[in-house]
Design a binder for this molecule. Structure first.
Ligand code: ZN
Length: 279
């Protein structure tokens, strides 16, 4: 599940000034000089409202010049201002997707507000973050609808996601349980609604049910070994959970083992029940 990230070091506002200045001798000089002030204002609005599509408007007047912005993103020379700004976002050190928690280095960048509808944020560092391919395919150009103006958790601005934001409910029979993800009860209503749409729109429950089934089988095999060797089951599971709280308490293993430890019936089953022998 999600991981909160620090806002990129490159200043989203300052980058507007640098990009406009770099184009003063080019064929787009007049265009960029003409929009510079409004472009800056719109980036400021983005930063003020954490990229929320409820408050950040599209910019119809630049529609005909959409490609000019997209070309900035696609052809960011290493030495250009936006090339230098985007390099650390591309060359990250993440080993999980900050949108869904999938293990592995996320190898694409997501535009939180899609560059199709918001070309003026195509190179805005605060609008760009690493994402896995599976999330990209689910997110596409979506932002929200009338009922939920904002579907997705923003990894830079939704600071509530630094805490654990989802709970897993594991329902018997514990030999073949069912799994349900819900927003953590401690969240505020608006935060819980955002978690709900984020889970739904990225199809996270469907994509991760296999992980939970396998983790549950692994747990039962591990507990069988623990019991045979006289190891304390609950304490050892607690150590598993704590070991997975880094880099985020929303890692799927941390969510899973937290759910196990908070489920008295499941713990009783693990400590004293008749455990199946999974292959
Ligand atoms: Zn993902």
């Amino acid at each position: 599940m999600v991981m909160q990230l620090p806002l990129p070091a490159a200043c989203s506002l300052g980058l507007v000034d640098l990009v406009v200045a770099e184009r003063q001798n080019g064929i787009h000089a007049n265009f960029f000089t003409g929009i510079a002030g409004e472009w800056r204002d719109r980036v400021q609005t983005y930063l003020d409202h954490g990229g929320s599509p409820e408050h950040v408007q599209s910019w119809p007047a630049i529609g005909p010049r959409k490609k000019t912005f997209h070309n900035l993103y696609k052809s960011a020379d290493d030495e250009s201002a936006h090339g230098l700004a985007m390099a650390p976002i591309r060359n990250h050190d993440l080993d999980l997707c900050p949108a869904c928690g999938e293990p592995g280095a996320p190898n694409t960048l997501d535009h939180y507000l899609p560059k199709g509808a918001y070309p003026h944020f195509a190179i805005t560092p605060g609008n760009l973050f690493p994402m896995c391919d599976a999330c990209q395919l689910k997110k596409l150009e979506k932002t929200g609808d009338a009922d939920n103006p904002r579907y997705f958790i923003h990894p830079y601005f939704d600071v509530f996601s630094v805490a654990k934001i989802v709970d897993l409910i594991i329902t018997p029979p514990f030999t073949a349980p069912t799994f349900e993800l819900i927003p953590s009860p401690a969240l505020l209503p608006g935060e819980a609604a955002l978690v709900t749409t984020h889970l739904r729109e990225l199809d996270i429950p469907g994509r991760y049910v296999r992980f939970f089934r396998n983790e549950h089988r692994r747990l039962i095999r591990n507990v069988t070994t623990m019991r045979a060797s006289g190891q304390a089951v609950a304490e050892t599971i607690g150590a598993f959970r704590n070991g997975h709280a880094d880099p985020t308490p929303n890692s799927w293993q941390h969510v899973f083992y937290s759910a196990v430890l908070e489920n008295e019936d499941l713990l009783e089953f693990l400590v004293n029940g008749d455990l199946p022998a999974y292959p």
